[in-house]
Write a protein that binds this ligand. Structure first.
Ligand SMILES: [Zn+2]
Length: 308
């Protein structure tokens, strides 16, 4: 079997071992795309520097995988979806422009490890169900990062998890233009701003963000550090044009006013109740801080379908 001209390899539910895969890849130097989906016998994946043409790598729910080591120099897009934390080493992936990562502690990994191995990222999607520590400020940069999307949805986060640690990413990314954050469900577990003395609202150190134009926060609640994050963005982002605070779980496109069923996508009672507190927090702490050139959009539960 000659693999020299093979440009794409997609293995789905294949019981291939790491050694068999290594052997296959060793002979596939023309490979441009590699997708591995639910290959449950693979415990590690090594991609050598010899795979010069590999530009697209996708690893999806290969759930016994413990480590990915890539020296593919021309990798431009990488997607990793897994349940557990996996050691990922990307060498010097200077061509990597887009990364989608979903696993435990992905957010912390992205901030701590990626600037050194993938400094030229332009688009980063992070999905995490569990983060044990907030992200520290650090000097490393994503000089070209334009789009950052973070999903911290329905997972386990300590009650002390600080959403303001996202500022570490803003500070590292001078080219950032759009920021999307989804904290549906998880932000409900965080202490509400109404549980504390309002004078305790933290003033973050000043960081100027000069390119960020569009910010969306879905699952916006009255969680104190989320309100502080929104205030920080409004005060420090001179380039801001739009900010959307969605106090539901998203689903804007499935509203009764636009879908064919005439009914909104249902949302939980907890969300509807918390939404009222979120709206009060927006009125109390945020509306007054919105500069006149910034358009604030607040998404509320539907007054017809989302009633308690
Ligand atoms: Zn409705």
């Amino acid at each position: 079997l000659s693999l020299r001209s093979l440009t794409g390899l997609h293995l789905c539910d294949v019981r291939i071992t790491k050694d068999e895969l290594a052997c296959l890849l060793h002979n596939s130097f023309a490979l441009e795309q590699l997708k591995l989906k639910r290959c449950l016998k693979i415990i590690s994946l090594k991609i050598s520097r010899m795979m010069q043409r590999l530009s697209y790598l996708e690893v999806f729910e290969c759930n016994r995988l413990q480590a990915i080591e890539s020296d593919a120099q021309h990798l431009s897009s990488f997607t990793f979806v897994g349940h557990h934390h996996v050691r990922i080493s990307l060498g010097q992936a200077l061509q990597l422009k887009r990364l989608d990562i979903e696993c435990r502690a992905a957010f912390c990994y992205a901030r701590a490890e990626l600037p050194s191995s993938a400094p030229n990222l332009e688009t980063l999607f992070v999905h995490s169900r569990r983060e044990m520590v907030s992200i520290p400020m650090m000097p490393s940069k994503f000089s070209l990062l334009k789009h950052l999307s973070v999903d911290l949805v329905a997972g386990k986060f300590p009650r002390t998890y600080d959403y303001c640690s996202v500022i570490s990413f803003f500070d590292a990314s001078p080219s950032l233009e759009t920021f999307y954050l989804n904290v549906s469900w998880t932000s409900l577990q965080q202490p509400s701003i109404f549980a504390d003395d309002p004078s305790d609202l933290r003033q973050m150190p000043e960081h100027r963000h000069n390119k960020l134009k569009r910010v969306t926060i879905v699952g916006f609640s009255s969680a104190k550090s989320l309100v502080e994050l929104a205030c920080h963005i409004l005060v420090n982002t001179t380039s801001l044009e739009y900010i959307t605070l969605d106090t539901t779980e998203g689903h804007c496109l499935s509203r009764c006013s636009v879908n064919k069923f005439g009914e909104c996508f249902p949302i939980g009672r907890d969300i509807i109740l918390e939404s009222r507190k979120a709206l009060l927090a927006i009125r109390t702490y945020i509306e007054g801080a919105v500069p006149s050139k910034v358009k604030l959009t607040v998404v509320e539960p539907c007054s017809r379908c989302h009633v308690v």
